[in-house]
Design a protein around this ligand. Structure first.
Ligand SMILES: Cc1ncc(COP(=O)(O)O)c(C=O)c1O
Length: 392
C-alpha cells in the first residue's frame, strides 16, 4: 500500500485538542520563557498534540531501541514524495539531498559550501531574525533588500542589492524566505523566476529557506524555488518541523538544484551524522503519512486567520492585520496604535501577552509585532482581550 492509499482516519481540528492547563505543563521555550501569568503567542511552536502517525513512528523506534546514528535516504525520499503529491515538484533528487540537524544549521552549512566568511548575504527584511544574527555570526555581511510596502519582494530593490553585493566581489548569496516569515507572503512562480533570472545575471547564488512551505493555505498556489526556470544553481533547506510541530525532534534537509550538485560533496559527512535519528524517523513519518493531519490543521488555521481579523477589527482596530496564507504567524502593523517602536514590549508589560518584537526582523520591523495564531480560538480571544488591555 502506498502512503496515499492508506485509510484516512477522521481527524478533528488539532488546534482545539489541548486545554491551556495541559499546554502549561509543557516545558518547551513557548511555555518556559515567561512566568505563568503570561499568555505566550511568540515563538513558532503550535498548540497541537503530536500527530498520531508521528507518535506511532517514534514510539516504535523507542520500543525497538532504534536510537543509533542516522543513515539512508528515507527522509529525502519521504520529502520527494510529499513535494510531488503536494506541489507537482517532480525533480527532488535524493542524491542531491543531504540530511542536516535543523534548518538554520543547514542554511549555515550550505553558506559554508558556496561562499566564504567575507562574502555578502542579501536578505529581504523584515525577515526571521536568525537570517541576520546567525549569518553575521559566520563573519558574512548581511545586506538588506527590504520588502515593498505591499510586503512582497521588491525586485528593483533586490537588483540594487545584488549589484552592490556583486561589486564587492567574492561569492554573493541571497537567503530567500519562501514563504516569507513573518509576513506570510507566498512568492509567486513569476516572482521566483524573476529572482532566479536576476541572481544568475549578477552571479548571486540563492538559498531558499522553505520550512513554512507545507503550511501554505490550500487556496494559494505554493511554488518551490528550485522548480522555477533558472534556479538550477540554487539550494532549498526545509524540514517537517513547522507544519507538524517537531522542533524538539530536530532533523532538516538541504536540497541542491541540478546546477549545485558539485556543492553537495562540500558539506561534510558529520553534518548528517549530527542529526537525531529519532528526529529523522519523526520527520519521515510526517512527510509520508502526515497529510490528513496537515489538512485538518490548515483548515483550523484558516478559521483562526478569520477570527483574528474579526477580533482585532472589534477590539483593537488601530492594529492593522492583513491575513496572509504563508505561515501561522500574523504580522501586525501597530504603527498607528500608539505603542511605539516595540509594541510587543507594551503588550507584555501591560497585557501579559507575549508576541514577538518586530525590531530584530530588521528594516521595516519597528512598530510591528508578530503573533502566532496556531492555537485554540479561545486562546486567540483571550490574547486579543489582553492586547486591547495594553491601551491606555
Ligand atoms: C523561516 C524559518 N527558518 C528556520 C526556522 C528554524 O528552523 P530550525 O529550528 O529547523 O532551525 C524557523 C523557525 O521558526 C523559521 O521560521
Amino acid at each position: 500500500m502506498t502512503p496515499t492509499d492508506a485509510p484516512v482516519p477522521e481527524i478533528g481540528n488539532p488546534l482545539r485538542r489541548l486545554t491551556l492547563a495541559e499546554l502549561r505543563r509543557r516545558t518547551s521555550e513557548k511555555w518556559r520563557a515567561h512566568p505563568p501569568d503570561v499568555l505566550p503567542l511568540f515563538v513558532a511552536e503550535m498548540d497541537v498534540p503530536l500527530p498520531e502517525t508521528v507518535r506511532d513512528a517514534v514510539g516504535e523506534a523507542l520500543a525497538l531501541g532504534d536510537t543509533g546514528y542516522t543513515r539512508g535516504p528515507a527522509y529525502a525520499e519521504a520529502f520527494a514524495g510529499f513535494a510531488r503529491r503536494r506541489w507537482g515538484w517532480e525533480t527532488v533528487a535524493t542524491a542531491r539531498t543531504t540530511v542536516v540537524p535543523d534548518v538554520m544549521t543547514g542554511v549555515l552549512e550550505v553558506l559554508a559550501a558556496i561562499s566564504t566568511p567575507r562574502d555578502t548575504v542579501v536578505v529581504n527584511s523584515p525577515v526571521y531574525p536568525p537570517f541576520h544574527d546567525y549569518v553575521r555570526h559566520t563573519g558574512r555581511m548581511v545586506a538588506e533588500a527590504p520588502l515593498g510596502a505591499d510586503l512582497r519582494l521588491d525586485l528593483a530593490g533586490l537588483e540594487d542589492a545584488y549589484r552592490h553585493a556583486a561589486s564587492r566581489g567574492g561569492n554573493p548569496v541571497h537567503l530567500l524566505c519562501n514563504p516569507h516569515n513573518p509576513t506570510g507572503t507566498v512568492h509567486t512562480a513569476a516572482e521566483l523566476a524573476a529572482v532566479a533570472q536576476l541572481a544568475e545575471s549578477w552571479g548571486v547564488r540563492v538559498v531558499a529557506d522553505e520550512i513554512h512551505a507545507p503550511v501554505v493555505d490550500p487556496g494559494t498556489r505554493y511554488t518551490p524555488y528550485l522548480s522555477v526556470p533558472g534556479a538550477e544553481r540554487g539550494w532549498a533547506v526545509l524540514s517537517a518541523s513547522k507544519a507538524w510541530n517537531l522542533a524538539g525532534l530536530r532533523a532538516g534537509l538541504a536540497v541542491a538544484g541540478p546546477g549545485a550538485a558539485a556543492d553537495v560533496a562540500r558539506i561534510p559527512e558529520w553534518v548528517a551524522a549530527a542529526t537525531s535519528h529519532v528526529g529523522v524517523i519523526a520527520h519521515t513519518a510526517a512527510f509520508t503519512r502526515g497529510e490528513p493531519w496537515l489538512d485538518a490543521l490548515l483548515a483550523g488555521l484558516a478559521e483562526n486567520r478569520l477570527l483574528l481579523a474579526e477580533l482585532l477589527a472589534e477590539h483593537l482596530p488601530e492594529v492593522r492585520y492583513r491575513s496572509a496564507p504563508g505561515t501561522y504567524l500574523a504580522w501586525l502593523d501597530c504603527r498607528d496604535a500608539g505603542f511605539g517602536d516595540d509594541p510587543a514590549a507594551v503588550f507584555l508589560e501591560r497585557g501579559r501577552v507575549a508576541l514577538t518584537s518586530g525590531i530584530p526582523f530588521g528594516a521595516g520591523g519597528a512598530g510591528w509585532a508578530r503573533l502566532n495564531l496556531a492555537t485554540s480560538p479561545e486562546v486567540l480571544v483571550e490574547a486579543v482581550r489582553r492586547m486591547a488591555r495594553a491601551r491606555r
